[in-house]
Design a protein around this ligand. Structure first.
Ligand SMILES: [Zn+2]
Ligand SMILES: [Zn+2]
Length: 280
């Protein structure tokens, strides 16, 4: 019996290390019942992943992770069950990709002004086979050059929200992100709430209630970076606000030693209602 799922993974179409088909095959080897590929602002890996899943005893869910503007932290909204050909979603993703291309030179300029010896070319080289040159790659570059202890440290001290070399690229409001996902037939799920840096639980509830007014369908209650207490809190919040529950690893590749496909365990039973409403 396959009793677990992973509804949040990345491939080298965004900032992951493995090809889309490899992510699916890995999930199958972990004997998961379902896997979603949720690359940042891109649906380009879904056809390859879906084709790989067709030959395997695993359900594939077409996904995407969209960045939305949020003061003080990162707001990511995962879309599950999307039609990748939908024009409205494609145009929203295109805007985000172009914004990232404009952002990166500004980040390098800020870092260099701080005395950090990095270049745009080094950043691109660090992205390797990835089609997206994202902040995770810069974080790894900063670690390799000895400027940061680990990826988290790099985000905190240099490039994360509130840090000196942070440049906001987000163009879409949460409502626009949710509406683009809905236009493509998907369900909109708030990803990893701790990255909102919300402070108190009361503030988180205000943020989530406002997202619900914007059409939010679910909350990622289970995630590799949530503590057991956080997971319990998000599950309770979902119950109180009538939100669907989702969960996943946020896997980016074998380099991230503490992040594996299928971990933490996301019970199929916890996401059954969400999966029942997805038709792909
Ligand atoms: Zn995310
Ligand atoms: Zn992610």
């Amino acid at each position: 019996m396959r009793n677990y799922v992973d509804l949040h993974t990345h491939s080298n179409v965004s900032d992951g290390q493995l090809r889309p088909a490899e992510v699916v095959r890995l999930a199958e080897r972990k004997r998961l019942a379902a896997v979603a590929l949720t690359d940042h602002d891109s649906a380009d890996g879904l056809a390859e992943a879906e084709a790989a899943a067709r030959a395997l005893p695993i359900r594939f869910v077409r996904g995407v992770e969209i960045s939305a503007s949020f003061s003080g932290g990162t707001m990511h909204i995962v879309g599950l069950g999307i039609d990748p050909a939908n024009r409205r979603l494609r145009s929203a993703m295109g805007r985000l990709v172009r914004a990232r291309q404009r952002r990166n030179p500004k980040v390098v300029a800020k870092l260099r002004a701080m005395g950090v010896d990095v270049t745009l070319e080094q950043w691109r080289a660090w992205a390797g086979d990835c089609r997206m040159v994202g902040r995770l790659h810069m974080a790894k570059l900063l670690c390799a050059k000895g400027y940061a202890r680990d990826v988290g440290d790099a985000f905190r001290r240099y490039i994360g929200a509130g840090a000196p070399a942070f440049v906001d690229k987000e163009l879409l409001s949460p409502r626009e992100a949710i509406e683009a996902i809905h236009a493509a037939g998907g369900l909109a799920v708030l990803a990893h709430p701790p990255e909102l840096n919300y402070g108190s639980n009361a503030r988180l509830e205000r943020i989530v209630r406002s997202l619900v007014r914007d059409g939010l369908d679910g909350i990622e209650a289970i995630h590799s970076e949530h503590s057991p207490a956080q997971t319990r809190h998000y599950l309770a919040l979902a119950g109180r606000l009538g939100l669907l529950v989702s969960g996943g690893s946020d896997f980016h590749g074998p380099d991230q030693l503490d992040n594996r496909v299928g971990l933490p365990r996301v019970p199929l039973a916890a996401v059954e209602e969400l999966l029942a409403r997805i038709h792909c």
